[in-house]
Ligand binder design. Structure first.
Ligand code: GLN
Length: 483
């Protein structure tokens, strides 16, 4: 039963082959048995899950239907869940029980999804390896000595190991697409403003976006359908109608114009990954797509711009954690300054402190123009590059990551080496564009992802291309040994 996709679960529940309660019990048992190897969950919400599963079964018995009614999922532990610990992977929020549900959590619960738990993540979503979590590193089910990617590494590892069919993630600079690539999943970062950020603990507000992680594009369509939509509680949410994503999956790719940026294939890209990406292009050509080389000339500036803007926003967002209003408070503070200093010094881990320092520096009076303002100008140039490219092509295709999953600890002493792994993903966040990563093959037994980018609000096009690709390839069906 644990091998079923969301689409198969929906059919099985509709045909009364099994109940949501039965399925939920199977998956909870599997989590209890296998998660100790992976550490992909921070909290397992067994009571809530069983209660939601029973309620979903009752709704089905009353004639209700729906792709998510009774479907087991999990939430990255930065989506606020009422009365349930919402830690954001940090000691700072280890004792924090959110007083309300995030919009995404509420919407999925209303659609009948069953929450099995809250998944492990890099502290405050800062990282690409899931090693900065206060709750310990997550292991990659494809090789337990390797990282699963981050920051949504817990969601990715859990879905890849068939502990559950799908989970939510968030993507500020790649945190859905990169772990999807490193664990053989399909992951979608929607257009900025497509999914409400209300109740999603903020890292970098102008970049953060929630989205689905699943094994197939078909399942991403189902989960995204439950997450997307205008939310008046989020001032950057966009009031655009949500299309039927599942209905868009079967469009023909005849004549689809795919742009492959020449800058993607420079030094730094593992040549074995380059070959797999070229193979995926050939596969799409067989389906009728037309391929064209394009250029994104400002891509080289993306990492420095992102690693100024994201920490700048983080330094501001994280100022609310002061030991007074939320979360961790140090023992016996001598005075107010001591309370602030020690609560933050003890509550935040080293990567978060590093980002706060970089961000506060970049925003300081003497350096604002030199760093922050300049980074914002680069951001506009990157967006302009994409706009020019999308005048010529319908989709941009390339690798999701320059390398497969690295060994646990391999980049711990060199944060910049980890930042460089984000080279292909962060441009979509800087421009606010939707992006998807899907399985494209293996290198040394480790999964490789191909990334597709589309114009604003063209999530349906990404899912369509990925679904057609998955009907003709079987990379996404491969299962890690032992799971
Ligand atoms: N690796 C990037 C960072 O550390 C992206 C993280 C994310 O998307 N949340 O900032």
């Amino acid at each position: 039963m644990h091998q079923l996709t969301l689409a198969e679960i929906a059919r099985g529940l509709a045909d009364k082959k099994f109940s949501s309660e039965e399925l939920t019990k199977v998956l909870l048992a599997r989590i209890a048995q296998l998660d100790p190897q992976l550490n992909s969950f921070i909290s397992i919400t067994e009571d809530l899950a069983l209660q939601q599963a029973k309620a979903a079964d009752a709704r089905r018995a009353n004639g209700e239907n729906g792709a998510l009614l009774g479907a087991p999922i999990a939430h990255k532990d930065l989506f606020c869940t009422q009365g349930i610990r919402t830690s954001c992977g940090s000691k700072m929020l280890d004792n924090f029980k959110a007083p309300y549900d995030a919009t995404v959590v509420a919407k999925l619960a209303a659609a009948g999804a069953v929450t099995l738990g809250k998944t492990n993540m890099d502290e405050f979503a800062m990282g690409s390896a899931n090693e900065s979590s206060y709750y310990g590193a997550v292991k990659n089910p494809w090789n337990l000595e390797h990282v699963p990617g981050g920051s949504s590494g817990g969601s990715a590892a859990a879905v890849a190991a068939r502990l559950l069919p799908a989970a939510t993630g968030t993507d500020t600079g790649g945190s859905i697409r990169q772990p999807a690539a490193l664990t053989n999943l399909t992951g979608l970062k929607p257009t900025y403003g497509r999914v409400s950020r209300w109740g999603m603990i903020a890292y970098a507000s102008s970049l953060d976006q929630g989205g689905p992680l699943a094994r197939t594009a078909e399942d991403c369509a189902i989960l995204l359908q439950g997450m997307a939509g205008f939310d008046p509680q989020d001032s950057t949410s966009i009031d655009e109608p949500v299309p039927d994503y599942s209905a868009s999956l079967n469009g023909s790719l005849q004549g689809l114009r795919i742009g492959v940026p020449k800058e993607y294939f420079g030094a730094g890209l593992d040549p074995r990954i380059a070959e797999l990406i070229h193979n995926s292009v050939k596969e799409l050509e067989k389906l009728g797509a037309v391929v064209k080389e394009i250029s994104l000339p400002n891509m080289q500036h993306a990492i420095p711009a992102y690693y100024v803007i994201a920490p700048a926003e983080a330094s501001s967002n994280l100022s609310r954690f002061d030991g007074v209003r939320f979360g961790y408070r140090c023992e016996d503070p001598k005075n107010l300054i001591d309370l602030y200093k020690r609560s933050r010094g003890e509550g935040f881990g080293p990567e978060v402190q590093r980002r706060i320092m970089v961000g506060a520096y970049a925003l300081s009076a003497g350096y604002y123009d030199a760093y922050y303002l300049k980074a914002q100008k680069i951001r506009r140039l990157i967006k302009n590059d994409f706009m020019a490219a999308f005048n010529e092509v319908d989709i941009i295709l390339g690798p999701t990551t320059p390398n497969p999953a690295w060994k646990l600890g391999a980049k711990n002493s060199d944060p910049v080496a980890a930042y460089l792994e984000d080279v292909y993903t962060i441009t979509a966040n800087l421009a606010g564009l939707p992006g998807l990563s899907m399985p494209a093959g293996f290198v040394d037994g480790l999964p490789v992802g191909v990334q597709l980018l589309a114009p604003y609000f063209q999530e349906g096009r990404l899912l369509n291309v990925a679904h057609q690709y998955q009907l003709n390839t079987d990379w996404h069906t491969r299962t890690p040994t032992g799971f």
